[in-house]
Write a protein that binds this ligand. Structure first.
Ligand code: ADP
Length: 160
């Protein structure tokens, strides 16, 4: 059987335990997983791409088949470069659906040979997003339990 590679893309600003769960489950199914940290110019980010990559590397270091990289162009081009036939995204509530549908159909238009797969989030992460975490961390709340320890610490320092 051929080697199955997937790309898990996102802003990950910062990575949450919901993201980590998706990455871990993708790494269970695919032989190789590239976490692509997107430098989305339309979104103002709290952490630099390098910082975001550092957090994900730290929390995935025990997964031998996961690599973390920056990606700035079109996602399908990145996937092609990595010889990945699959894009994996996480799905939370119905509210994610329309947006994901839009991206998926655009990516399919750009390259029909790349398939997008969705992993349903665990119940406990259904209402967890990077933006809501940043929102409460801004007011000095402790977000341990929602994000990896390294991220909780970085948020604390950022907003001190
Ligand atoms: P983007 O800016 O591309 O939406 P995000 O970093 O917000 O990137 O999310 C990356 C991926 O992780 C998306 O597929 C998103 O739906 C998924 N995701 C975000 N939060 C969670 C969560 N709590 N549980 C599962 N998947 C999630």
């Amino acid at each position: 059987m051929s080697h199955r590679t997937a790309v898990v893309p996102g802003s990950f600003d910062p990575v949450t335990l919901g993201h980590l769960d998706i990455i871990r489950r993708a790494a269970d199914v695919f032989d190789k997983v590239y976490v692509a940290v997107l430098n989305n110019s339309s979104k103002k980010s709290l952490f630099t791409v390098e910082e975001r990559i550092g957090f994900i590397e730290e929390i995935t270091k025990e997964f031998p088949n996961v690599s973390v990289e920056a990606s700035s162009g079109l996602l399908v081009d990145y996937a092609k470069k990595k010889d990945a036939k699959a894009i994996v995204r996480g799905l939370r509530a119905v509210s994610d659906f329309e947006y994901e549908m839009q991206i998926t159909s655009m990516n399919r238009f750009l390259d029909e040979s790349i398939e997008t797969f969705f992993i349903m989030t665990k119940n406990q992460h259904s209402f967890l997003s990077s933006s809501i975490v940043k929102e409460v961390a801004k007011y000095g709340s402790d977000v341990t339990g929602l994000v990896p320890t390294v991220v909780a610490q970085a948020l604390k320092e950022k907003f001190q």
